[in-house]
Design a protein around this ligand. Structure first.
Ligand SMILES: Nc1ncnc2c1ncn2[C@@H]1O[C@H](COP(=O)(O)OP(=O)(O)OP(=O)(O)O)[C@@H](O)[C@H]1O
Ligand SMILES: [Mg+2]
Length: 138
Protein backbone atom coordinates (compact mmCIF):
# COMPACT_ATOMS: atom_id res chain seq x y z
CA UNK A 1 0.00 0.00 0.00
CA UNK A 2 1.17 3.53 -0.83
CA UNK A 3 -0.07 6.58 1.07
CA UNK A 4 -0.39 9.63 -1.14
CA UNK A 5 -0.55 12.76 0.98
CA UNK A 6 -1.36 15.25 -1.79
CA UNK A 7 -2.94 15.40 -5.24
CA UNK A 8 0.61 15.53 -6.64
CA UNK A 9 1.44 12.29 -4.83
CA UNK A 10 -1.45 10.62 -6.60
CA UNK A 11 -0.37 12.03 -9.97
CA UNK A 12 3.09 10.62 -9.28
CA UNK A 13 1.54 7.20 -8.57
CA UNK A 14 -0.28 7.39 -11.91
CA UNK A 15 2.99 8.27 -13.64
CA UNK A 16 4.76 5.31 -12.03
CA UNK A 17 1.97 3.04 -13.21
CA UNK A 18 2.29 4.37 -16.77
CA UNK A 19 6.02 3.66 -16.88
CA UNK A 20 5.28 -0.05 -16.59
CA UNK A 21 2.42 -0.03 -19.07
CA UNK A 22 2.28 -1.55 -22.52
CA UNK A 23 -0.13 -1.81 -25.42
CA UNK A 24 -3.18 -3.85 -24.47
CA UNK A 25 -2.96 -3.19 -20.73
CA UNK A 26 -6.20 -2.58 -18.87
CA UNK A 27 -6.13 -0.62 -15.61
CA UNK A 28 -9.25 -0.67 -13.45
CA UNK A 29 -9.56 2.12 -10.88
CA UNK A 30 -11.89 1.89 -7.90
CA UNK A 31 -12.66 4.26 -5.05
CA UNK A 32 -15.34 6.68 -3.86
CA UNK A 33 -16.21 10.08 -5.30
CA UNK A 34 -13.20 12.33 -4.89
CA UNK A 35 -10.82 9.49 -4.10
CA UNK A 36 -8.40 10.71 -6.78
CA UNK A 37 -9.06 8.45 -9.76
CA UNK A 38 -9.03 11.30 -12.28
CA UNK A 39 -5.97 12.74 -10.55
CA UNK A 40 -4.23 9.39 -11.04
CA UNK A 41 -5.16 9.38 -14.76
CA UNK A 42 -3.64 12.86 -15.15
CA UNK A 43 -0.26 11.54 -14.04
CA UNK A 44 -0.68 8.44 -16.15
CA UNK A 45 -1.37 10.41 -19.34
CA UNK A 46 1.35 13.01 -18.68
CA UNK A 47 3.97 10.29 -18.20
CA UNK A 48 3.16 8.91 -21.63
CA UNK A 49 3.94 12.41 -22.94
CA UNK A 50 0.58 13.16 -24.36
CA UNK A 51 -0.06 16.88 -24.08
CA UNK A 52 -3.81 16.40 -24.17
CA UNK A 53 -5.78 17.86 -21.26
CA UNK A 54 -7.29 15.26 -18.93
CA UNK A 55 -10.82 15.87 -17.74
CA UNK A 56 -13.38 13.55 -16.30
CA UNK A 57 -15.26 11.62 -18.99
CA UNK A 58 -18.42 11.82 -16.93
CA UNK A 59 -20.70 12.90 -19.76
CA UNK A 60 -19.11 10.91 -22.54
CA UNK A 61 -18.13 7.28 -22.35
CA UNK A 62 -14.53 7.83 -23.29
CA UNK A 63 -11.72 10.32 -23.65
CA UNK A 64 -8.89 9.38 -25.94
CA UNK A 65 -5.44 10.93 -25.46
CA UNK A 66 -3.03 10.56 -28.32
CA UNK A 67 0.40 11.79 -29.33
CA UNK A 68 2.28 10.09 -26.52
CA UNK A 69 4.19 6.81 -26.25
CA UNK A 70 0.86 4.96 -26.21
CA UNK A 71 -2.70 6.10 -26.83
CA UNK A 72 -4.75 6.16 -23.63
CA UNK A 73 -8.47 5.33 -23.60
CA UNK A 74 -10.01 6.80 -20.45
CA UNK A 75 -13.43 5.57 -19.36
CA UNK A 76 -15.75 6.35 -16.47
CA UNK A 77 -18.47 3.81 -15.75
CA UNK A 78 -20.13 5.93 -13.07
CA UNK A 79 -23.10 7.16 -15.09
CA UNK A 80 -23.56 4.13 -17.29
CA UNK A 81 -26.69 2.16 -16.57
CA UNK A 82 -25.77 -1.37 -17.55
CA UNK A 83 -23.02 -3.58 -18.90
CA UNK A 84 -25.08 -3.81 -22.06
CA UNK A 85 -24.91 -0.08 -22.55
CA UNK A 86 -21.12 -0.12 -22.20
CA UNK A 87 -20.83 -2.98 -24.67
CA UNK A 88 -23.06 -1.19 -27.17
CA UNK A 89 -20.74 1.81 -27.03
CA UNK A 90 -17.92 -0.33 -28.40
CA UNK A 91 -15.91 -0.94 -25.23
CA UNK A 92 -14.45 -4.22 -26.55
CA UNK A 93 -12.87 -2.52 -29.52
CA UNK A 94 -10.85 -0.32 -27.17
CA UNK A 95 -9.70 -3.34 -25.16
CA UNK A 96 -8.18 -4.69 -28.34
CA UNK A 97 -6.97 -1.32 -29.60
CA UNK A 98 -3.43 0.03 -29.92
CA UNK A 99 -3.30 1.69 -26.52
CA UNK A 100 -4.00 1.18 -22.84
CA UNK A 101 -7.43 1.39 -21.24
CA UNK A 102 -7.87 3.05 -17.86
CA UNK A 103 -11.32 2.91 -16.29
CA UNK A 104 -12.80 4.87 -13.37
CA UNK A 105 -15.54 3.11 -11.38
CA UNK A 106 -14.52 -0.15 -13.07
CA UNK A 107 -16.13 -2.15 -10.26
CA UNK A 108 -19.58 -1.16 -11.51
CA UNK A 109 -19.23 -3.70 -14.34
CA UNK A 110 -16.32 -5.99 -13.42
CA UNK A 111 -17.65 -8.66 -15.77
CA UNK A 112 -16.62 -6.50 -18.75
CA UNK A 113 -12.96 -6.49 -17.79
CA UNK A 114 -10.60 -9.08 -19.22
CA UNK A 115 -8.46 -11.54 -17.32
CA UNK A 116 -5.18 -9.81 -16.53
CA UNK A 117 -6.77 -6.44 -15.73
CA UNK A 118 -4.79 -4.52 -13.10
CA UNK A 119 -7.00 -3.38 -10.26
CA UNK A 120 -5.91 -0.27 -8.37
CA UNK A 121 -7.97 1.07 -5.49
CA UNK A 122 -7.88 4.55 -4.00
CA UNK A 123 -9.31 5.12 -0.56
CA UNK A 124 -9.90 8.43 1.19
CA UNK A 125 -8.13 8.47 4.56
CA UNK A 126 -8.15 12.15 5.48
CA UNK A 127 -8.84 15.34 3.55
CA UNK A 128 -5.43 15.11 1.91
CA UNK A 129 -4.38 11.46 2.30
CA UNK A 130 -5.31 8.58 0.01
CA UNK A 131 -4.35 4.91 0.36
CA UNK A 132 -3.48 3.45 -3.04
CA UNK A 133 -3.43 -0.33 -3.35
CA UNK A 134 -2.52 -2.55 -6.28
CA UNK A 135 0.48 -0.60 -7.57
CA UNK A 136 2.92 -3.21 -6.31
CA UNK A 137 2.78 -5.40 -9.40
CA UNK A 138 3.94 -2.67 -11.78
N1 LIG B 1 -3.80 12.71 -1.84
C1 LIG B 1 -4.71 13.11 -2.76
N2 LIG B 1 -4.79 12.43 -3.92
C2 LIG B 1 -5.73 12.78 -4.85
N3 LIG B 1 -6.61 13.77 -4.72
C3 LIG B 1 -6.56 14.48 -3.58
C4 LIG B 1 -5.62 14.17 -2.57
N4 LIG B 1 -5.82 15.04 -1.54
C5 LIG B 1 -6.81 15.85 -1.92
N5 LIG B 1 -7.27 15.52 -3.13
C6 LIG B 1 -8.40 16.17 -3.82
O1 LIG B 1 -9.40 15.18 -4.01
C7 LIG B 1 -10.04 15.38 -5.27
C8 LIG B 1 -9.90 14.14 -6.12
O2 LIG B 1 -10.65 14.35 -7.26
P1 LIG B 1 -10.72 13.35 -8.49
O3 LIG B 1 -11.57 14.03 -9.49
O4 LIG B 1 -9.37 12.89 -8.89
O5 LIG B 1 -11.53 12.12 -7.83
P2 LIG B 1 -12.24 10.91 -8.56
O6 LIG B 1 -11.88 9.69 -7.79
O7 LIG B 1 -11.91 10.93 -10.00
O8 LIG B 1 -13.78 11.24 -8.32
P3 LIG B 1 -15.06 10.83 -9.21
O9 LIG B 1 -15.55 9.53 -8.66
O10 LIG B 1 -16.03 11.95 -8.96
O11 LIG B 1 -14.64 10.70 -10.63
C9 LIG B 1 -9.40 16.61 -5.91
O12 LIG B 1 -10.18 17.73 -5.61
C10 LIG B 1 -8.04 16.69 -5.22
O13 LIG B 1 -7.53 17.99 -5.16
MG1 LIG C 1 -13.07 11.02 -11.71
Amino acid sequence: MFISDSPEGTTAAGAACARGSNKGDVIALTGDLGAGKTQFVKGFVAELRSNDQVTSPTFTLIHEYSGGRLPVYHFDFYRLESADEVARLGFDEYLFGDGVCIIEWADRFPELLPVGTRWISLEVQTESARAIRGLEHA
